[in-house]
Design a protein around this ligand. Structure first.
Ligand code: SF4
Ligand code: SF4
Length: 344
């Protein structure tokens, strides 16, 4: 499955954290949280779909190319499972206990066998990539009752103790559709990715509960997906601020299940991404918002309140990115489309 022959496994993850600066991420600071409370943000009170009607009406009363009513209807419908399946990211076991599984003693197996079982099950539910890591507490969101109030769907509660392992899963998006970004067909691929995340994470969490353990399914909420994915050996962080995988480049969506089930972890990987990013800059050139750094070297500096500090990387200006989404009337994936690691 792994495409690149240049992938090396590592003993430690290939990122640098300045512990004197690093702070756990405050979930109020996601763009989607800030648009509800950050009155200084240029996008305060604005939704990504506010201009969808204008885009569908177009300049001359007919839709701009890629922004028809049919395409918008399809893009919105693609989110149905993610947005409307109430149990998708439930932290409780779903359903009635009449199957008897809840009362059965936990399944016991060596951690490497259990990891193989969980990996195979995640693939059976539709995950394209699966990795396992121990949970580094630095990646858990800094959640308090106050942050829950303002963070919206990004934090329901602090992760309780004992959830020591994460199963991190990537679902590949339709690269052909993503290449039509920033129109609605790319937004459809994104919505399908989010709905598949909800399906995969909820089913895997329920499977782990059925084995007699605890499991918390998560999308973008509650813990940082990208560093967990790096720890679990799925890829590296790119200039575009996204996880770049050897198999699908950044053309993936991430979800995870945190659990107390003992699992043998995978090892992080390195495939020369940062050497490529130093020279490449295609994502930055494709970004209509100027949100991606063109600097030769990564930095510890931040450029947006939505960056958490203390991580060496090329910081993405999320405010500019989201402002473009609002103007566009839809999400954007142009930095994914442009990446040479995205499948042709
Ligand atoms: S999603 Fe679009 S606007 Fe945002 S950083 Fe990527 S290319 Fe730029
Ligand atoms: S487009 Fe180029 S610079 Fe951007 S993440 Fe991909 S490889 Fe790195």
């Amino acid at each position: 499955m792994r495409k690149s022959g240049a992938v090396r496994t590592l003993d430690a993850p290939p990122y640098r954290i300045d512990e004197a600066i690093y702070r756990r991420f405050d979930p109020r600071n996601t763009i989607f949280g800030r648009r509800h409370w950050d009155r200084e943000a240029p996008f305060y009170g604005q939704d990504v779909h506010d201009r969808a009607g204008e885009r569908m009406a177009g300049q001359e009363g007919c839709a701009d190319a890629g922004y028809s009513r049919v395409e918008f209807a399809r893009a919105r419908a693609a989110w149905t499972v993610a947005d409307h399946f109430a149990g998708a990211y439930s932290w409780e076991r779903l359903g009635e206990p009449e199957d008897g599984l809840a009362d059965t003693p936990p399944e016991v197996a060596p951690a490497d066998e259990m990891a193989a079982t969980v990996r195979a099950t995640a693939h059976a539910f539709g995950a394209d990539l699966v990795g396992i890591c121990r949970v580094d507490p630095r990646w858990l969101y800094d959640v308090t009752p106050a942050t829950v109030r303002d963070a919206g769907r990004y934090a329901k509660a602090a992760v309780p103790s004992g959830y020591d392992h994460a199963v991190v899963m990537a679902v590949a998006m339709d690269a052909e559709a993503i290449r039509t970004s920033p129109g609605y067909a790319a937004a459809t691929a994104t919505g399908v990715g989010y709905s598949r995340m909800a399906f995969v994470a909820s089913c895997l969490a329920q499977f782990i509960r059925n084995l007699g353990y605890r499991a918390l399914p998560m999308g973008n909420d509650s813990a940082l997906s990208i560093p967990l994915a790096i720890d679990a050996g799925l890829g590296q962080l790119g200039r575009n601020g996204l996880l770049v995988t050897p198999e699908f480049g950044p053309c993936v969506r991430l979800c995870k299940v945190l659990t107390d089930l003992p699992l043998a972890p995978d090892r992080p990987i390195e495939f020369g991404l940062w050497d490529t990013c130093r020279r490449c800059r295609r994502c930055a050139e494709a970004c209509a918002a100027g949100a991606i750094s063109t600097d030769a070297e990564p930095t510890l500096d931040v450029v947006s309140r939505s960056n958490n500090p203390g991580i060496l990387r090329w910081p993405v200006h999320h405010d500019r990115c989201y402002m473009f989404w609002v103007q566009n009337g839809a999400s954007c994936s142009s930095c994914i489309a442009a990446c040479p690691y995205t499948p042709l």
